[in-house]
Design a protein around this ligand. Sequence first.
Ligand code: ACM
Length: 343
Amino acid sequence: MEMKWLTSLLMPLAACVAAAETPAYEWRGLHVDVSRHFFDIPVLEQVMDRMAALQLNRLHLHLTDGPGWRLEIRKYPKLTGIGAWRKALPGQAWDWRKHEIGSHFANCYGGFYTQEEMKALIAYGAARGITIVPEIDIPGHVYAALVAYPEFALEPPPGCKLGRDVLAVEKPEVVQFVKDVLDELVELFPTGTPIHLGGDEVDSRLLSIEQQRRFMQQMVNYVKAKGNPAITWDEAALNGVRGQWIMLWRAEKQAEVMALGQPVILCPNSHFYFDYPQNKAEAAPGEHVITPETVRSFRVPSSSQVLGLQGNVWTEHISTPERLFYMAFPRAEALAEICRKKQ
Ligand code: ACM
């Protein structure tokens, strides 16, 4: 009799604990920028081990950017033959314009994932309930690729200091290049994997908003026609691209992006940028600090548009696995907590 009483008291409690542990959001992500600094397969496996322990389930890999292209593309071997390498500049403040891309230097830094390695990594993640989400950032942030294939570069107007970091999107051969890359990506990743197309931070003096919109819409449509959801950063959505999932990174644009009515993944730089200092002692004067408490304080809009949340780790100033883990995980734990509870 007493046991029965105890059981009836404990059952609802157990149900409560189970409910509290049930993740509230479908997308519980961590992003790692492997372009600015390269992290090899064993490091990414460790990242996923730690994610799995926290029930985080999307590893977004920022595979391409100005300082390095990190995924083998068989049709364009120079992307990794040249674009995955640069002259090592130890201790230098990071700026892509200062980097010399190429594999011919005596002292080279870099690396890339072969397609076979990526397949094994995808399987490693799948066994732990983690989907790897690849990002090919276009039409900007492509300096390394453009050193490898200069014929695809948009020439900045004379005197313009913005650099050669943007695709010449009006050229049919550039559109074909991007489609070829996406074909290999869709083939490599499991059916229906979301494909992130970037679309951030392109100066409208180089490509007008309409040029950016048209190109990104074409690529979103291309990916979707293959049966994969497309993702872009918020710029593309606010430039008028439709039909994709939006990754919101500019905190001040949240209301505007939500008003578009499309699915949104929230990774605002006010709360979820894990490369920002995590305590005052490590911050430069005036630098925005994101503590684990800052992460926990984020108020998620109550809307079915919100697919979930993500922490982003940009690696301009993170060059070792130790630093990567130090920056990512105290705050990823806080993120996992709010992913478990619908607000
Ligand atoms: C970004 O931080 N440029 C997405």
